[in-house]
Write a protein that binds this ligand. Sequence first.
Ligand code: E4P
Length: 233
Amino acid sequence: MPIFLDTGNLAEIERFHRMGIIRGVTTNPTILLKDGVTGGLRGIEARSKEIAKLIAPFPLSVEVTTPDRVEALRQAQMFASWADNIVVKVTIHGPEGELENLEIVHELETKHNIRVNVTAMMSAQQCFLAALAGATYVSMFGGRVNNMGYNACGEIAKLRKVLDQFGLQSQIIVGSTREVLNVIEWLEAGAHIVTVLPDLLKGMIVHPYSKETVQQFLRDAAQAEAMIRGSSA
Ligand code: E4P
């Protein structure tokens, strides 16, 4: 399931879903705000239900909006009740490095039968522990890793190796795309999925030389058509 779309924009999701090239959607509070979702949990509910319906049965990740353990568990169960294909996103730890989140992940996956995507991770070791906690998806932020000065490909390759070595079933999602080349390089490094910004997906499709070639085909087809019309006149 190699490509997810990293957006809350319905029109973009619909467009790429119609092409048959995406297998899921990821969101986070920053993305939803950028894509016009306001009104707190009610706003998130409305947009999430629309996206989930549009892409079903492919998964939609929706992130909890609280660092509080009890409230996070409550939100997670509420999100999961909105649609069968909703996956709950939980950050690897709290804002000050609080450790309760992996406990929440383990409880959701094992006691509540809710699929979890552990997010905001920058290293193979974080993702490995999230996988051990039972997360269905482990999300590494490749672009942010690169911006810290080391290559995400190395972390992805190490992670894939240890997941396979210990038979862990978690799927590696790499997000935080910054460049078109990230998609193939991260999949090649071992990611199961790359979640891509809509603009980068457009960049993967459109190539200047392909454009020039298509223009040439259309010009020549028009010229041939004109010649036929000219000879039959
Ligand atoms: C992935 O699931 C994240 O939502 C996203 O890719 C984060 O990207 P950013 O680093 O551009 O915020």
